[in-house]
Design a protein around this ligand. Structure first.
Ligand code: PAF
Length: 296
């Protein structure tokens, strides 16, 4: 099968991956909530450089049956299940579906409800946000995709400079990303600060350390020794690399959108409950953020 990749979710990460896939020669199609087939230009800014990348777009209603032969899901985690389900009539049989969202829980739900889907999971530490019409690539990260043996369709993803690699143990990678998101996203959303403030401000740094102690304890109870030993180092490393970035949760709060807290800290807290590990700091953040935050 020739894979024409469709990207579901036209936010900052979806647009960033549209640029990446275009660079990899995969001619992606960005699926929008509505609209006829058309073309758009994405302006990507990084390191004070700018490039304009042409990308094809199509509204979900205008998709042809069987048109999607590869689907990359970059929607907000809260919308991922409904968004994938809306695309099912357009999905060719056996087409790979890669879930690339923050948080955990969606893969399990889709596996349960649609056992024939060819599901893969991915995780990225790229940082991006939208500044008006410009896509700011604020933190150059790495993307891991996995879910079993490396499939044939994956070869082009590794062929360029886009730092996308196949991951043997994607469950461990998803857990690692969950820990990083638990340590960064709620604090930046609550304090309305860029990621770097979590290192620069001693009180916030102390908070990160306390959160990471709990994250390490849950990891240990899950039998994840690397998470138990490295949670703090992982979080600090990503904070440093994405210092200039507004976390996705901060962007949600600033734009008055529902946050992903239930699939990030919420997932962590329910795992902690299941395993009998107390996580009072994470639970407090969940309570504080699991309701709309009034704008300042
Ligand atoms: O959600 C985010 O913002 C990103 O996953 C990360 C890596 C924390 C960078 O801001």
């Amino acid at each position: 099968m020739i894979h024409r990749w469709h990207i579901l979710g036209a936010g900052a990460i979806g647009r960033l991956f549209a640029c990446k896939l275009q660079h990899l020669g995969l001619a992606p199609v960005l699926v929008l909530r509505e609209g006829a087939r058309g073309d758009t230009i994405i302006t990507r800014r990084w390191d004070e450089r700018e490039e304009s990348i042409p990308v094809t777009t199509v509204g979900v209603e205008a998709l042809e049956p069987g048109e999607i032969t590869g689907l990359l899901v970059t929607t907000k985690v809260n919308h991922a299940v409904a968004a994938v389900e809306a695309c099912l009539p357009a999905l060719a049989e056996g087409a790979p579906v890669i879930l690339l969202h923050n948080g955990m829980g969606v893969l399990e739900e889709l596996r349960r409800n649609h056992p024939t889907l060819s599901l893969y999971a991915g995780t990225t530490t790229d940082g991006a946000y939208r500044d008006g019409e410009v896509l700011v690539h604020a933190g150059l990260g790495e993307t891991d995709i996995g879910g079993g043996e490396v499939p044939d369709w994956f070869a082009p993803f590794e062929s360029g400079e886009e730092r996308v690699r196949w991951c043997e143990d994607i469950d461990a990678a998803l857990w690692k990303k969950l820990l990083i998101n638990c340590a960064i996203n709620p604090l930046t959303a609550l304090h309305r600060c860029r990621n770097g403030a979590l290192l620069d401000n001693p009180a916030l740094r102390a908070e990160v350390e306390l959160l990471c102690e709990e994250l390490a304890a849950v990891s240990a109870a899950r039998g994840n020794a690397r998470g138990a030993g490295c949670a703090l180092d992982w979080a600090l490393g990503v904070i440093q690399r994405t210092a200039d970035n507004q976390s996705s949760m901060l962007q949600d709060v600033l734009n008055g959108r529902e946050t992903e807290i239930r699939y990030i800290t919420g997932y962590l807290v329910s795992e902690a409950e299941r395993l009998g590990v107390p996580v009072p700091r994470n639970a407090a953040l969940l309570r504080q953020l699991d309701s709309p935050i009034p704008s300042h």
